[in-house]
Design a binder for this molecule. Structure first.
Ligand code: ASP
Length: 334
């Protein structure tokens, strides 16, 4: 979906809370209301920063904080479990006008990984720090550190167990070691697919100086091993911003890395002169052809927004300059 900034009030902030198998028929009214309320709160937090004349980076940070602090999303507090029953979180930020960027990968004790990514951008000479080194740096920069017990939850642990049971079952039955399923909606598969749904969070903001910033934060994928890192902390893959556009992605990270998705949107606009809508449609088409499930949010310098995805849903929303909020979850028409 794309909304033209010319036709209406321009969009100043757009967010996602992950794409995946999100079907209305599997959603209770309470759960839907809880997601909508949290997405609204996140948009309001970022909009308050923009209205106060703060930068797009501050708006992205405030927005992502709300989602990182909520157990509803796979980031911060709600980060999914690794195979070793730990959390390993990734986050990144990019500022469009000077192309400064920061990222952390595989951190386990940082309450709000987006803060650590911003600290890397603003206070280090590096772009990406990983693991305990990133934690040590973050602590020195007074980023809030928590005990790893802060991230523990029964719900996420159960999810891990279901994914592990399911993947073992597949290994046993047909030797498919990729842990992929055909998507058929029998009862056994539903939980697996639900548990695998990608709940990463992201935001792109446009501030009153016309500067864009994009940020993404995630717990990665349930049951991941070997310190697997997805696209979210990789500048150009999961997050990108320049003077023209800001992009944050969600989905099966390996495909987003291989297609350098976030940068591809910007490159198509810059070099092929595509509109935001054309560029994002092209990129998602490429993802779909390759089998990469997910979606993205993109906001350009004129306040046009595009939120395409090739899954059944994506938690998403945007707010215009005058403060009008829109929130959507499912495919259009559902
Ligand atoms: N893209 C993330 C990853 O692969 C997952 C997600 O979007 O939820 O780590």
């Amino acid at each position: 979906m794309s909304i033209s900034g010319q036709a209406q009030d321009k969009v100043v902030l757009v967010i996602h809370g992950g794409a995946g198998t999100i079907l209305k028929k599997n959603m209770s009214d309470e759960k839907e209301a809880a997601y909508e309320a949290k997405l609204r709160e996140a948009l309001e937090a970022g909009y308050a920063e923009l209205s106060a004349g703060k930068t797009s980076v501050k708006a992205v940070q405030a927005t992502i904080h709300v989602m990182e602090d909520s157990p509803l999303f796979n980031a911060g507090k709600g980060a999914v479990y690794t195979n070793a029953e730990t959390q390993e979180m990734d986050a990144s930020i990019m500022r469009g006008h000077d192309k400064e960027a920061g990222a952390v990968a595989g951190v386990s004790t940082i309450k709000n990984p987006i803060d650590a990514a911003i600290a890397v951008m603003e206070k280090s000479e590096h772009v990406m720090l990983a693991g305990t080194g990133a934690e040590e740096f973050a602590e020195k920069q007074r980023v809030t550190i928590v005990d790893s017990s802060y991230f523990k939850s029964e719900v996420r642990l159960k999810q891990l167990k279901r994914v592990q049971d399911h993947e073992n079952a597949v290994l046993d039955h047909d030797g498919d070691d990729r842990g992929e399923f055909d998507g058929s909606e029998n009862e056994f598969n539903i939980d697996y697919i639900e548990d695998k749904k990608f709940g990463t969070v992201g935001a792109v903001a446009l501030d009153s100086s016309g500067n864009l910033a994009a940020g993404t934060s995630t717990g990665g994928m349930t049951n991941k091993r070997y310190h697997r890192v997805g696209d979210s902390p990789i500048i150009g893959a999961g997050t990108y911003a320049n003077e023209l556009v800001g992009v944050s992605c969600t989905g099966h990270g390996e495909y987003f890395i291989r297609n350098v998705v976030a940068y591809d949107v910007a490159a198509l606009m810059e070099y092929a002169d595509m509109t935001l809508e054309e560029a994002t449609a092209k990129v998602i088409e490429k993802q779909t052809e390759m089998g990469g499930k997910g979606g993205l949010i993109a906001l350009d310098k004129d306040g046009n927004v595009s939120l395409p995805f090739n899954t059944s849903g994506m938690y998403r929303g945007w707010v215009t300059e005058s403060g009008e909020i829109t929130i959507e979850i499912y495919e259009a028409g559902e």
